[in-house]
Design a protein around this ligand. Structure first.
Ligand code: PLP
Length: 433
């Protein structure tokens, strides 16, 4: 009946039927509960069914379900846009609505591309990207994603880009140690800019953490260097905050943590606290100015049917208010300390099985040493997922990379249960059970 996403169609396991959720807990049809330690693909930052978000949706539904956003507007869309411009501290001028992370990134790509078409530099068409990056599943976002099992089969359809090795502070691509590092991982990019600066439209980047590509962390100075290069050569940084936005790395946005000032940023996932699909692309005054012209060919023709849906905007407004009102950064900091303590203890206990332990904000990672095939297709992945679920924990390792992206207010006992599930699973695996 349903073609489930990211699911092998050959002998697929039956999916778990969830009937209810609350805070970090999911409940199945048989009354079993599961701790959602990954916030259901990183969206439920306040936990599931937060009463304030649920109420906001209900209140809005009593007034207006939907209206198109061309030639019409409504209060939730206006208020949310104003709020987003406020929390991004005046860096941006316009908010473009869409429905998911892929579309938000797709809009960044199109805006950057058309900016140069509109401003008389049509030769600027090249986008730079990283080999383990992921920006979504549409043709455009797959084009700026790293070459992977997700997009390889479509290589004939993807537009040409220039790929570089990802920065990676756990396993440095140029063999540096953090103390000796002077972001040499960006040298090749600098060289490419020197030779091709006039042809480059932008750099697509996940700030501070490359998520789906393996929860790879890299330092703020890399972003600062890329911004410098982009500014120097007149290209744009396309900052994809779809995963990292709304507190995940310990600041509202990862680009703020790095102190950079991009012209384009994409947000989704945590935007509505996971209640309804919504995404935004924020554009600076510089980008917007290239579209203020009476020439119809220079307008930006991109708008999905449900763009700026009032219910989704209301959910997002409630979520953003929650983030502002509850000392959430302190919450994330506390969670970061707990993740560091819990995961490092496991890493110390299993030095042979774990080759890296890293934590940033509300993201905790244990990278397994697996000897043979690692990465997304690591054959032990299915067993790991099954063993965690049997212990009442939803974890979905990316291949051999076990990661936690829990709701920021996950309870201590739940977190302990997640750590225990990992520990027990590692014992079972090492003893061949
Ligand atoms: C960094 C990043 N960008 C874009 C996307 C695509 O978002 P969506 O799945 O909502 O289209 C994802 C999804 O995981 C992501 O992690």
């Amino acid at each position: 009946m349903i073609w489930y996403p990211f699911t092998l169609q050959f002998e697929p396991d039956s999916p778990l039927k969830i009937v209810r959720a609350e805070r970090e807990f999911l409940y199945d049809e048989n009354g079993n509960s599961y701790i959602d330690a990954i916030s259901s693909w990183w969206v439920s930052i306040h936990g599931h069914n937060h009463p304030k978000i649920v109420q906001a949706i209900k209140d809005q539904l009593d007034k207006l379900d939907h209206v198109l956003l061309a030639g019409f507007t409504h209060e939730p869309a206006e208020k949310l846009a104003a709020e987003l411009l406020k929390i991004t501290e005046g860096l941006f001028e316009k908010v473009l609505y869409s429905d998911n992370g892929s579309t938000a990134v797709e809009i960044m790509i199109k805006l950057a591309y058309q900016y140069f078409q509109n401003t008389g530099e049509p030769e600027r068409k090249v986008f730079l990207k990283f080999d383990t990056s992921y920006h979504g599943d549409t043709i455009g976002t797959m084009s700026v994603g790293g070459n992977s099992i997700f997009n390889r089969v479509f290589s004939g359809l993807l537009f040409p880009t220039k790929e570089f090795k990802s920065p990676n502070c756990s396993f440095c691509p140029v063999g540096k140690k953090p103390v000796t590092c002077n972001v040499e991982c960006t040298n090749e990019i600098e060289d490419y800019f020197r030779k091709n600066g006039q042809r480059i439209a932008g750099i697509a980047i996940e700030p501070l953490i490359l998520g789906s590509g393996g929860m790879i962390f890299y330092k703020e100075e890399v972003l600062q260097k890329l911004e410098k290069l982009a500014n120097q050569y007149g290209a744009f940084l396309l900052v994809d905050e779809v995963f990292t936005g709304f507190g995940r790395t310990g600041s509202f946005f990862a680009y703020q943590r790095a102190g950079i000032k991009p012209d384009l940023v994409a947000m989704a996932k945590g935007l509505s606290g996971g209640a309804l699909p919504i995404a935004v692309t924020l554009a600076s005054q510089k980008i917007h100015s290239a579209f203020i012209t009476p020439e119809p060919e220079k307008a930006f023709y991109h708008g999905h049917t449900m763009t700026g849906n009032p219910l989704a905007c209301s959910a997002a407004l409630a979520s953003v208010e929650l983030l502002q009102g509850e000392g959430f950064l302190e919450q994330v900091n506390r969670l970061e300390s707990k993740l560091k303590r819990g995961l490092q203890t496991i890493a110390d206990e299993f030095p042979k099985s774990i080759r890296d332990c890293r934590v940033l904000g509300a993201v905790g990672v244990l990278e397994l040493e697996v000897g043979g095939e690692s990465g997304y297709t690591y054959p032990g992945n299915k067993i790991l997922k099954k063993k965690f679920l049997e212990k009442g924990v939803l974890l979905r390792p990316l291949g051999n990379i076990i990661y936690l992206t829990p709701p920021y207010r996950i309870g201590d006992s739940s977190l302990e249960k997640v750590f225990s599930a990992i520990r027990e699973t590692l014992i079972e695996i090492s003893s061949g059970n």
